[in-house]
Design a protein around this ligand. Sequence first.
Ligand code: BTN
Length: 262
Amino acid sequence: MPLEKLNKDKILSYIPIQYQPAKLEVFDTIDSTNTYLLNQARMGRQSGWCCFAEQQTAGRGRLGRVWDSPPSGNLYFSLLWQFEEVEQLSGISIVIAVVLTYVLKKYGINERIQLKWPNDVLFDGRKLAGILLETIAGKDAVIGIGINWTTPSNYYAIGLTDIAHSLSRNKFAADLITELFRCLAIFGKSGVNSFISDWRKYDFLLKKPICLILPDKEITGIMQGINEQGELVLETEQGIRTFCYGEVSVKKEYLDYVPAER
Ligand code: BTN
């Protein structure tokens, strides 16, 4: 089946009126949708501005990694969002990961989805989507989401079309924007709290021995889930500790996953 190209008008036509973005742009090629919106934010653009690209020439992942962004149907998306309070930014990565589970659930994709703290979306332990959150001047955030569409060359990743059939990219893109706007409104009013129990249903790391990689050190322990603020709770030799950032690695022998009841 030929790849359905992203089309701005089609995407907008699927979005309910109350969740229409302030502006939507669709680029054939761009360096990075996140970089683009960070620059727009610096020029004072408004909250709710979003964009997709068919390919990125300088796609960025977390921790300065490259996000491979070929013109293969993958979704490369960013949204500029302004928060009223700086404190609101903590917990946002938990919310965005949960939003992705809501969108996937609409397509019957639920059972084998896992979330790896803070915000990797996995299917059977293989990466389906990644999230890059960047902030400017405290209250502005650019929420970048990369979703694999076709089968990636990397075995540790998987594409949506490996899991579900007859997907429309434009409809999926619209559902993503709709759920983001719906949930960010809830988050703005009530914080991360309303999303914690949903995040916990998908916890990939729960009870696993992990290594938390911080800029200056590595801490090992048993992952004990997330607390009410969305922080990682780790049982270490020194006792229970919580962390609001860091990268997690899991030993290969612990990668088998038993899903919790949903
Ligand atoms: C990760 O490392 O898991 C996060 C990957 C985020 C990739 C997306 S693709 C759209 C947006 N633009 C970028 O340059 N990065 C994010």
